[in-house]
Ligand binder design. Sequence first.
Ligand code: SAH
Length: 501
Amino acid sequence: MHVMTATRTGRVMFVGAGPGAWDLLTIRAAECLRAADVIVHDSLVPRQLLDSIGGSARRIPVSRAEAAGGDPGANTGHLLVQLAEAGLQVVRLKGGDPTVFARLAEEIQPLRDAGIPVEFVPGVTAALAAAAAAGVPLTSRTSASSLTIITGHPADEKAAGIDFQTLAAIPGTLAVYMGVEQVERWSKALIAAGKPGDTPVTTVSRCSWPDQRIAASTLAACGSDFASQGWQSPAIVIVGEAAQAVAAAGPLSGRRVLVTRPAGQGDDLAALVRAAGGECLAVPVIRVEDPPSWEPLDEAIRAAATFDWIVFASVNGVRGFARRLRGLGLDARSLGTARLAAIGTATQTALEAAGFACDLTPATFRSEGLAAAFADVPAGGRFLLVRADKGRDVLRNELVARGHHVREVAAYTSRPDDAVDADTLAAIDRTGIDWVTVTSSSIAEAAVAVFGPRMERWRIASISPVTSGALARLGLRPTVEAAQATAEGLVAAMAEWEAAR
Ligand code: SAH
């Protein structure tokens, strides 16, 4: 007979994080991150991306491992060996794809030497994310039959032995990584080697980050353009006929729109802004967190069947409720005959995604609308309101005024996000903002705290009268207010205003 030892062996997954935005992570990457014991990440991977995953892994920014001096790749490799040998599931999270300009060979060698299993999860590499952001093809049947990825960094180029003569002769698109600092050198070398100076150049800096910028230039002009326009690293430079950027069409074309919802909630809004031709900058100003205590919610969940109506005021309320219900070992059966209401369509969708049917969504999406929707319920109804730990009491007050019994429980709390740092603000100031979207009262307050007097200069799109009221109390007047309190309504209001200009 054979006795297995109980020692758990660790392993290391090299995972691509994509260019930066949390929603450009693959589903498999997200699963690996959630399952990890420790995440060793490039310091450039945004915190929002790591936060959006949840999970309880320890995080180690890799610059710390590199501080020891010597070969940074090998140093990180040795750190990975140590962690895996301690029996941990290690994720080595790299920007973009882990196999593209990522010192992979150096990091892997120590792991191979130590016999530690290694796996890979691909990510969206910067060239692909940049092409998508700029809306340009990288290949074309008529003008680009190849895509060549090169580094514009001279130290790397020496090792790679870039031959500009050959490069200039390939009839295809060039994606230049790390190319901003040395743009004069490689662009001139390409022209000297015979590449036409009027070859279109599309540059995307900080792709998918809040301060993403896209610009069109030519091979001959890009050097001076980069200098005069103060281009920032990291940036990808795409060179080729196929990759000629055209301004996005649509009612918000040329407009830069600040989306202030937390990651995982602004996604629908961001997509709609982009679909309308706008450039979307995601800068969450609040963070959603657990309430100070779960006890009131847990108690209410155990007593769920005693309510006539359970009313959800937000997507976060649904998520918190569903999480605690499962955590208590319960499921939808314990709600008995209680009926469920959602304050709006997004909340309804969240309810359905969590496996519940929604019995009621009011015609107008705000607290007042919800109260009116219960006008037919005879006095004495028993209501449970699932909401944030702070917020407005409109619904509760109206229900109480109608003679109902109301219990309120907190399923989450939100607080201003302190991650909006000076760098982000400086980048916003540099590139300018046309619209800021304000999608709740707490976001209104947090936005004023974070952006200060900038809010007076930007056009403000408010999602509802309630939010406009919060803005008014802060001394701000929204430029537009959504007719329907949905992401669609908000984008439509901005589009209408722009069209009427
Ligand atoms: N493994 C990464 C590349 C790392 S090398 C990938 O697959 O994308 C670093 C270079 O990648 C930068 O100099 C820049 O050229 C490019 N890059 C990385 N992230 C970027 C981003 N968000 N926007 C534009 N370029 C980016």
